[in-house]
Design a protein around this ligand. Sequence first.
Ligand code: ZN
Length: 281
Amino acid sequence: MPSLPPAESETINVFNHETQSTHTMSMEDYLTGVVAAEMPAAFEEDALKAQAVAARTYTMYKQSSTDHEADVCTDHTHCQAYLTEEQMRTNWGDAYDFYLDKIKACVHDTQGEILTYNNEPILAVFHSMGGGQTQNSGDVWGSQLPYLVSVPSPGEDAATNYHSTLTVPFEEFTKTVKASYPDAEIGSYLDVSVPTLSESGHVKSVLIGKVTVTGTEIRRMFNLRSTKFSLDFSDGNVTFNVTGYGHGVGMSQYGANAMAKEGKTYKEILSHYYQGAILTE
Ligand SMILES: [Zn+2]
């Protein structure tokens, strides 16, 4: 008999990485703070509900791992971002009651719902905008999960900063690359190859001075908003033309909002961005 997916716990221990203290709170209060931190409160209700389910799923996935004493922490680079009541009041001002009620309702209406694959909570990662197409997890992190596959993500271009550019002098480009890759032999822009792209059009790697540098590493070195970029060389400068924001794996938040605006439900949004995962209630 297949095992049942784990049930949602009523309370959770949250390590606040800013105050270095652990707080016990209800799962609903925790998820409200996560949704508030991770997605603009002005987004459509079905986008916020999709975010609530993704956040609940990700939380349960993290709870089963044992890399810190608390169930989860508030460091977004490790677990998920979280806003305290005070931070929500500061961010939302006069709209505090309205947005808090809206997000609480989205968390409550999806109570107990998580995404599973083989009866286990999935790694429900998400990002801001995929640049029109999300990425295969294998192209970003090396391990391909069956439900984290590249899918179209239309409608994100309504967001400000969907396109961004960065121009640096070629000398600075060379210096930055050599700081991480001292073996790269860079004489001129001719030593920088045309990028190798993944299925989604994101940069997998670039051959720079005979050294293979991944798109993720280039993104880190130059603080680019995503790995969906082109490189243009002119007048002694390098210009990165960047599309989207974030790692591009899993649910695109701006794509989710675009789907919700078209009348799609949170269930349709989740099954689009997490292909083959099952919504378990
Ligand atoms: Zn953590």
